[in-house]
Design a protein around this ligand. Sequence first.
Ligand code: ATP
Ligand code: MG
Length: 493
Amino acid sequence: MYPSDKPRLRLRTKLMLLTGLLIALVILLVVTLVSRSVRRSILAETQKRGVATAQLLGATVLNYLKFYYYQGIQQNAHIAKKENDLAYVIVYDKEGLTAAHTENDGLILRPAADPEALESINAKSALFREINVMRANSNRQEKVFDIAVPVYTKEAPGRWGTIRIGISPENMNQDLTAIRKQILQVGLIALVFGVLGTMILANRISTPISKLMTGSLRAAEGDLSHRIEINSGDELEGLAYSFNYMMDQIRRHQEERIKSEKMAAVGYMVNTIVHDCRTPITVIKGFASLLKDFQVSTEEGRQCLDFINFEVERMERMLEEILQFACDKKSPLTLEEHNLDDFIRECTVEIGALLRNTRINFTQDLQGNSSVKIDRDKLRRAILNIAANAKEALKGRGEFKLSTRFNQSHALIELYDSGGGIPESLQAKIFEPFFSHGKSGGFGLGMSITRKIVEDHSGKISLESEKGKGTTFTIQIPLSRPEGEARSMAHFS
Ligand SMILES: Nc1ncnc2c1ncn2[C@@H]1O[C@H](COP(=O)(O)OP(=O)(O)OP(=O)(O)O)[C@@H](O)[C@H]1O
Ligand SMILES: [Mg+2]
């Protein structure tokens, strides 16, 4: 199936993998960007909340700071820690001594010593930092948002102390994890839908491609009748249409080539046959005229000899025609003006002879009293070819009717037989050379010669046929003087 034996990824799998990868990348990007911006806004919110909490505590313990009432400060520090769910609360007095420490009572009344404490008591305005602290109950270090706020009053200048609070980032992390989870859930749904959608789309693309592949392989194996049905309404449908059109064209060219090869072979064969038939015909003709010279005694005998001569000459002309047809040369017409009905009456003699000894009822309806320029021999042959086919179709019994009429521009000759009819699928083919159907020994030339003769007269031949109801062939030959013209000429004469 494939040009190489290597296992290949199918188009569908490739598309699905690509889409999955792209969606996963997009989700990752969204999670990162959203997490970053959410973290930033939670930090700002935490800072605002922390500063407000510290300021409130500062205002609450201001008087205690003024009077060094450490117990009150410590009580308020514990309450603030509990109420605001803080990691710790530390209060320094204006001398820098630790007035309250919710996590380590041992530090109370000791001066602030660690760098963060010193930085806090020296800060002129609110301070916000992320620092590592040691948890009291475990030996683990933990990240904490540390906020330090100086305590001032409007009435007296100078600073009364510093409030430090620690906010654990746990809540922020929980919020972030929840948001990430939600984004991932939405992303997962998008991934499933994306991959499913790609699968459907890939199927829509790969199924027609598989069909085209199968069609090409079948065409390569010689099956040119294979058709591809794609109704996607897009370029793929166009491609299938072009493929089918290409197959039709290839098939048509192939048929034409076969036909012309067949024609060339038959042409050669006909050439040989005609050449071989000419000699005995010439001999028969010679002996017939010799017999005439021998003074045949009865009138009947002389008529028979004339008949032999006449038919032999016709046969000669016919052989010449076949030869010309097979060699695809245009045989020149000998056109003479005749009355259509008079000419048809001549033909009926031969048709009568053709239908002798059958139970075919031959009728005529001649209303074609008009003038036509025709080659009598050739047009008679065309009519006899149709009559011969009708005789074969009637299988010995039935109706055969020959009628004539004319319209403003054409004389019409209609030949009807009540035979089995011609199936619709064959109607276009019967005028093709070497097409014969349903009989043994048919050469398949009769109707193509007939059409050629009619067309050489600038005429047309058509047929109407229905299975079981018979066949009508209509020959149209241009009037030598169309109706209007004929009437005006009659008027002047
Ligand atoms: N009147 C008809 N009724 C039914 N079938 C007909 C009729 N006329 C022609 N056909 C069909 O058309 C085919 C072609 O006719 P055509 O005269 O060209 O060839 P043919 O009769 O088979 O051979 P031949 O060269 O000996 O005439 C016939 O084989 C026949 O199947
Ligand atoms: Mg025939």
